[in-house]
Design a protein around this ligand. Structure first.
Ligand SMILES: [Zn+2]
Length: 380
């Protein structure tokens, strides 16, 4: 082996271990269970070595019509987002339920072992079974609020960070395949750390509210109608995905009970001519930015509304369900989007207009009209 191969091997090894890649038969699978092509993986390794991004060879007819390969890339980006959203929903739900269960076990065990009064033991048992808040019992049990969830989400935070990082690396590879510097439209991998810590801070806040009796039951059975798939508001997960894509950043809450908030990222958003509302409403900035750069102009984009994009709706929210599959060119003034309900409190409907919404836009680049006559179908 030539010694010049060593840096390449080292970069490949590091990239593979950061992504949690393993070989399943002949397929590379990442930590999140998603398959990688060798071409995608090579692009990540090349970037680590600082090689100039080279456009990957595309079929000849795609080069003649750049929107053809762009359509494929945008569909792939959409599919990646749906896949990550669905997996994070399930994994977050599991981590949350497990954290609550462990806190209940901790309270029960403490009540039995500390020689507490029968009354406290019975109150603890009732609270565990009924899922009531533990706050009134903590002093008698010698527990602090922080003890209930100590370390409960640390494993999940690591897993979530790996899922976000793998997602971002794939998005980088797609952008790079057009010969575009990924960092011009996407953040670097620090965003994945930020996304995971935002998500976990949100889960901790939800779990504390629940365990300490500050919140009635779960988000799913609260007063918010529509599309709930579990205890975790979809918006928490979708906001974490927006952080991972560099659209917004995480502002930690003042106390662990506060759901963390978001701030717009001036540079990236302004560059795309978008506001915070766009970033938060899931306007697919990455797809728009990629289309702008590849086509060297602002493209006509059609937006399809997909109800239940991030998971099967448990409860249908009729105003959103009615929009399923409808295609729009103007998402601000189209009469079909004008709200005729008092809630959510907005003039138009949009995906993420309420906490438990699982809807999303899909960005579509319409087929271009053939430019030259010989491309047009001939009748003779
Ligand atoms: Zn919805």
């Amino acid at each position: 082996m030539a010694t010049t191969d060593l840096p390449i091997l080292a970069a490949a090894y590091e990239a593979a271990s950061d992504l949690g890649l393993r070989l399943d038969g002949e397929v590379l699978i990442d930590a999140a269970g998603e398959p990688w092509t060798m071409r995608e993986f090579s692009a990540v390794v090349a970037a680590r070595l600082g090689y100039e991004a080279q456009p990957l060879p595309e079929p000849v007819q795609a080069a003649a019509r750049p929107n053809r390969s762009l359509q494929k890339a945008m569909a792939k980006l959409t599919q990646l987002r749906a896949s990550l959203g669905n997996r994070l929903m399930a994994a977050s739900e599991h981590a949350y339920e497990e954290a609550l269960r462990r806190a209940g076990v901790k309270v029960g065990a403490r009540a039995r072992s500390r020689g507490t009064t029968k009354a406290v033991q019975s109150a603890a048992r009732t609270a565990v079974v009924a899922g009531e808040g533990f706050a009134p019992l903590l002093a008698a049990l010698g527990l602090k609020e922080a003890d209930l969830l100590a370390g409960a989400f640390s494993t999940y935070e690591t897993q979530a960070r790996a899922m976000f990082a793998a997602q971002l690396a794939r998005q980088h590879a797609i952008v790079r395949s057009f010969g575009i510097d990924p960092l011009s439209v996407l953040p670097d991998d620090r965003a994945s750390t930020d996304a995971a810590s935002y998500l976990v801070a949100g889960l901790i806040a939800l779990a504390r509210q629940r365990l300490l009796g500050k919140r009635e039951n779960t988000a799913g059975s609260s007063d918010l109608p529509g599309e709930v798939t579990g205890s975790i508001p979809a918006r928490l997960i979708l906001s974490a995905i927006a952080i991972n894509e560099g659209q917004v950043r995480h502002i930690p809450g003042r106390t662990p009970d506060d759901i963390p908030t978001l701030a717009r990222i001036g540079a990236v958003i302004d560059q795309l001519g978008m506001g915070l509302d766009d970033a938060l409403s899931g306007s697919l900035s990455l797809e728009v930015a990629l289309a702008q750069v590849v086509l060297e102009r602002t493209p006509t984009i059609e937006w399809e509304w997909v109800h239940g994009f991030y998971g099967e709706p448990t409860t249908e929210f009729d105003p959103h369900a009615r929009l399923d599959g409808e295609v729009f060119t103007d998402r601000n003034t189209d009469p079909r989007l004008i709200s005729d309900t008092d809630w959510p409190p907005f003039d138009v409907y949009f995906p993420r207009d309420h906490d438990t919404c699982t809807c999303e836009w899909i960005a579509l680049i319409p087929e271009e009209e053939p430019e030259s006559e010989d491309e047009a179908p001939s009748l003779f």
